[in-house]
Design a protein around this ligand. Structure first.
Ligand SMILES: O=C(O)[C@H](O)[C@@H](O)[C@H](O)[C@H](O)COP(=O)(O)O
Length: 237
């Protein structure tokens, strides 16, 4: 048995389904299988699969599993939900992590991998990415992480963000670096599926707040089909 339970909640207008796993391997494998299943569905239905990647450390092991997966990579289109305003080859860049762990090792056409040009700075990078996203319909899957303070993507507590645009500049991020580019909450919510990947005791307080109705930034992600939250090493009190 690799999964403990699934519970559904409706809080702050967000539908969330909580899936707890009994090991890091189990949560990684379940995430991999769900991504591949959603890709097959999307490609069968619409001839393409559009995925928006999470940054940070948590998803890296899943990206490493994707490196060895069998998929019709020619139909995959990859975006990022945020990135840090650092040089493109900086080890802290989310896009570099995804390329090294996975994208450099599979045959997704180069023009179907859309890094955020965050090296151009928050304003230019956001404007360029908003152009990249223009006219793109519903995403098929958005992967998201959760920060200890309840942030997701680069939507931080106490910040305001412009939901009239698809991508926006971030300043004074409490998680270094201070300057970033993020897809907006509204645009991240325009998706057929969301998986939050949440592991480790450090996320316990954020999960407790989320599940007790505190409007942490993760709660602004409100796709019509709700969000799936995959957790390991965090108690669902
Ligand atoms: O640029 C980033 O860091 C991410 O966009 C951020 O939202 C991340 O997903 C969370 O902070 C969780 O990070 P970990 O997975 O490293 O805990």
């Amino acid at each position: 048995m690799t999964k403990n339970s699934t519970q559904s909640l409706v809080l702050n207008g967000q539908i969330s389904r909580w899936h707890t796993f009994t090991s890091q391997q189990a949560i990684n494998e379940a995430t991999l299988q769900r991504i591949l299943a959603l890709a097959e569905e999307a490609i069968a239905a619409r001839g393409a699969f559009t995925i928006v990647l999470a940054g940070g450390n948590t998803p890296k092991q899943v990206y490493e599993l994707l490196r060895h997966a069998k998929a019709d990579w020619s139909k995959w289109h990859v975006y990022h939900n945020d990135d840090r305003c650092l040089p493109a080859d900086h080890p802290e860049r989310n896009s570099l992590m995804a390329r090294q762990a996975w994208l450099d090792h599979v045959a997704i056409p180069a023009d179907q991998i859309h890094d955020i040009p965050a090296e151009r700075g928050p304003v230019e990078g956001a404007a360029a990415y908003a152009k990249t996203l223009q006219g793109l319909g519903e995403f098929d899957l958005v992967l998201l992480g959760l920060g200890e303070d309840g942030h997701t993507a680069s939507l931080f507590p106490g910040h305001t963000w412009d939901d009239s645009v698809d991508a926006f500049p971030v300043y004074n991020s409490p998680k270094p670096p201070a300057e970033r580019v993020s897809i907006s909450a509204r645009r991240l919510s325009h998706t057929r599926a969301v998986i939050f990947l949440v592991t480790g005791a450090g996320k316990q307080e954020a999960v407790n707040n989320w599940r007790s109705g505190v409007a942490i930034p993760a709660t602004v992600i409100k796709p019509a089909n709700g969000v799936d939250v995959y957790v390991f090493g965090v108690a669902l009190n």
